[in-house]
Design a protein around this ligand. Structure first.
Ligand SMILES: [Zn+2]
Ligand SMILES: [Zn+2]
Length: 285
């Protein structure tokens, strides 16, 4: 089942497979389209586009941005972004630097609290990626035996109320939408369950779709989200949020039942906005 997967991470952020491996696996599974949506970086896209060249697989250049409103975080996916757009790259660089700086400061705070973890180890866990996050620090704490689980690390140290918490440079949801739209991309609300109340506001700010098909959603939930999408004139999309097969992840690439019409509608919309979808990545690769 399923031959479209619009939410995939590679080693360019926190995924386990290289873009080439993702494309090979997608090809072997007979998928017709995939979107590479790494956190805060488009570094994996050219490799994926090259790997898919001359095959039946469409690779959609994408991105996943985090945005905050108050203490809540939402993720915005961008499809068909012009990943060579200079302004986009500049903004992504700012985000990546901010993530790294923040992780470093938390490591410093932990040392001051008497639970030191090695910065080098955090770098290794993050696998040189752009997507420094608190889960990586939680893992380092766990490895040192200071906590027995990531939850405990958040509760005791790096959660919002924790003594080693450092707030992050925050993109607002509207800024994330604008960043994607300015780079010719189509913004879509990632893993949208629980975010239904935001749709009116986000749609008014340029959102074009919501992720309704997602591994942890029941068919009933997906259908309800898809209906809600239509109500707000949004395209229901979906993907596995694939990160590789480590850590007990069992959802395989493509196994999420995205309707092919979703892809068609995204494509049509992208075309109507730019007129040259499908040649963009290749011609500038
Ligand atoms: Zn996400
Ligand atoms: Zn994701």
């Amino acid at each position: 089942m399923g031959n479209v997967d619009l939410h995939i991470h590679t080693v360019a952020s926190d995924g386990a497979l290289t873009p080439l491996q993702v494309v090979e696996e997608a090809g072997a599974k007979g998928l017709i389209a995939i979107a590479i949506t790494d956190h805060d970086t488009t570094a994996g896209i050219d490799e994926a586009l090259r790997a898919a060249e001359g095959t039946a697989l469409e690779v959609i250049p994408g991105i996943e941005l985090s945005a905050d409103q108050g203490s809540e975080e939402i993720h915005i996916l961008g499809y068909y972004v012009d990943h060579h757009d200079a302004a986009l790259q500049k903004k992504l660089d700012v985000l990546r630097r901010a993530r790294r700086k923040r992780a470093r400061r938390m490591v410093e705070k932990l040392a001051a609290l008497g639970v030191p973890v090695r910065w080098e180890r955090v770098l290794e866990i993050t696998a040189e990626s752009s997507a420094f996050g608190r889960p990586h620090i939680a893992q380092a704490l766990k490895e040192r035996g200071y906590v027995i689980s990531a939850n405990e690390a958040f509760d005791r140290y790096i959660g919002l109320e924790g003594p080693a918490y450092v707030s992050r440079y925050k993109l607002t949801p509207v800024e994330a939408l604008e960043m994607i739209t300015a780079a010719q991309g189509l913004p879509v609300l990632a893993h949208s369950r629980g975010q239904e109340y935001r749709l009116r506001e986000l749609a008014a700010a340029g959102l074009v779709g919501l992720e309704a098909y997602y591994p942890s959603y029941s068919m009933k939930e997906s259908e309800a989200l898809a209906r809600l999408a239509e109500k707000h004139n949004l395209i229901p999309t979906g993907g596995t949020d694939f990160h590789g097969y480590a850590g007990g992840v069992t959802t395989a690439l493509g196994e999420v039942g995205v309707p092919p019409e979703s892809l068609e509608r995204l494509r049509t919309l992208a075309k109507s906005r730019t007129g040259d979808v499908g040649t963009r990545g290749r011609s500038r690769g």
